[in-house]
Design a protein around this ligand. Structure first.
Ligand code: HEM
Ligand code: FPP
Length: 463
């Protein structure tokens, strides 16, 4: 986390043009004053570098002392980090003293990222020494019922779901409430706040350029987004109704229990999809095309093709969740943009670090449903390792986003603070290996992304 703090502080120093405020090395000349934030950032970066250097050295010394208990590749990764440290200090000194032109652009950022990666890899190898590199033995997708099988004949292992349609002798009001809430559930409302924040962050980033962000753009983008997510969620419920019956977590879903007939659900989904496209089209054609792509990607590519067939289902499926970033950007500018794509990259890399925690908690349930999720196919230790890798990749992508934009200290502080909380939760998951630790890490993933997106909006619009 110290190494990450350094990378983030470095990116902030670059954005704030700290080298202009402090062009001497190793210390900044002149009095330290609160009036010059760039000078404060320059000092902060150097003090952090000193402290983290001491920490890295202490870690390496401890590892060497205990080398009998530490595997060779952990020591090698640590050694790489340690060797890169003085290299990184030297590059930093050259950059601030005016020699940046002699170095490849971004050399300091790149070496910092490699250093952080080396330490994370050492940590993952140390925490999960027994992680097998071969697939779990004996796992195979259970012969399930095809997603489009609407025969109503229960398959083997399949619980026979009792229709839970509100009986007609119940008061009308109770029946209406039950039906409305069942349709509401089809839209997967619990995901909406975060996906809407993704689109909001995309809009906020786009509006730091020339176009002004209007209330109309915000309302149409979030309105279209809510409708599109509702449509995608509904199609997902329709297509997975047979598998949903087999899993404890999903067996009470409205279509699985026949509370909502398939035909009506399809009509509901199509209505939401059409409404979302009409709303997006009020913005521009690109926003509408991206909205349609998101619906099709999640409903067809992810749900039908990837999810039942490949262990990389949720990794590739992350494209669907990343698209709202591009939609938000396109809503404001009418085109694609690098910063919007970088935000989409953050969401894409965050998705496995978010979902693999649930995959661990619901491993047996997913196996019952016949889904080749990572813990089911490759085992829990490999999944925990991948959570750490994707978390590290997300944190680095967040720094890359800062480099490409004018996001400032609110954003940098948020990614460090909540990135630290997320990392802490994942480390506890590695040590405790319990269901509650997996849920804690899942909630930390949502807290990290949620606060990061709010920080983007605040930094881009208010500061
Ligand atoms: C392939 C990609 C993803 C998969 C497989 C996945 C899976 C899941 C699952 C299974 C749940 C539990 C849902 C429930 O039982 O109600 C969940 C919850 C959630 N997901 Fe994801 N997710 C993915 C991507 C995303 C994305 C891109 C976002 C937003 C940016 C997101 C935000 C959320 C939120 C906010 C919750 C609810 C948390 C809560 O109830 O406290 N997910 N996800
Ligand atoms: C703008 C727009 C249309 C965006 C759509 C993107 C979208 C809905 C992304 C979320 C992906 C998601 C929550 C998957 C849930 O997994 P799952 O369906 O495998 O979960 P389950 O096991 O609960 O069915």
């Amino acid at each position: 986390m110290g190494a990450y703090l350094l990378v983030a502080a470095g990116a902030t120093a670059a954005v704030a043009d700290a080298a202009r405020a402090c062009s001497s090395w190793p210390v900044c000349r002149g009095p330290l004053t609160l009036a010059d934030p760039a000078l404060l950032i320059a000092w902060g970066h150097r003090v952090a570098a000193l402290l983290v250097g001491v920490l890295a050295l202490a870690t390496a010394v401890a590892a060497v002392r205990d080398r009998a208990a530490i595997r060779g590749r952990v020591l090698a990764a640590l050694a790489l980090g340690l060797v890169l440290f003085p290299v990184q200090v030297a590059i930093g000194a050259v950059v601030v003293t005016g020699g940046a032109a002699a170095l490849p652009t971004g050399a300091h950022l790149f070496v910092g990222m490699v250093l952080f990666t080396a330490l994370i890899v050492a940590l993952a190898w140390q925490l999960e020494p027994e992680a097998p590199d071969t697939p779990e033995e004996g796992w195979a997708v259970e012969p399930g019922v095809d997603a489009d099988d609407d025969s109503g004949t229960p398959g083997e292992n399949e619980a026979v779901a009792e229709p839970t349609t509100a009986p007609s002798d119940l008061p009308l009001r109770t029946r209406v409430t039950a039906t409305v809430s069942a349709y509401f559930r089809l839209t997967k409302p619990r995901l909406m706040w975060l996906l809407c924040l993704v689109a909001a962050a995309g809009m906020a980033l786009a509006s730091t350029g020339a176009p002004e962000l209007t209330v109309r753009t915000v309302v149409l983008t979030l309105g279209g987004g809510v409708l599109a997510i509702g449509a995608s969620g509904t199609f997902n419920h329709v297509l997975e109704r047979e598998k949903d019956k087999k899993m404890d977590r999903t067996s009470d879903r409205p279509i699985a229990t026949h509370q909502i007939p398939v035909r009506r659900a399809v009509a509901f989904g199509l209505t939401l999809a059409a409404a979302s496209l009409v709303v997006f089209a009020q913005l521009n054609a690109l926003a509408a095309a991206l909205g349609l792509s998101a619906i099709l990607f999640y409903s067809v590519v992810y749900t039908l093709v990837l999810k039942p067939n490949t262990v990389q289902n949720t990794v590739i499926g992350g494209f669907a969740g990343a698209l709202p970033a591009l939609i938000g950007w396109a809503a404001v500018t009418g085109e694609f943009g690098l910063a919007g794509a970088a935000l989409a990259g953050v969401i894409f890399l965050w998705t496995p670090a978010h979902f693999y925690n649930l995959a661990l908690a619901y491993k047996d349930d997913y196996a019952k449903g016949g889904f080749p999720m990572m813990p089911v196919v490759r085992g829990e230790a490999v999944t925990r390792k991948h959570i750490l890798y994707y978390l590290a990749a997300t944190l680095l992508a967040a720094v890359a986003l800062a480099e490409l934009t004018t996001l400032g200290w609110v954003y940098a502080a948020t990614t460090c603070l909540f990135g630290g909380v997320f990392l802490w939760a994942v480390l506890r998951l590695h040590r405790e290996r319990t269901e509650s630790a997996a849920f804690r890490a899942f909630h930390a993933s949502n807290a990290y992304l949620g606060t990061l997106l709010i920080a983007i909006v605040v930094d881009a619009l208010a500061i």
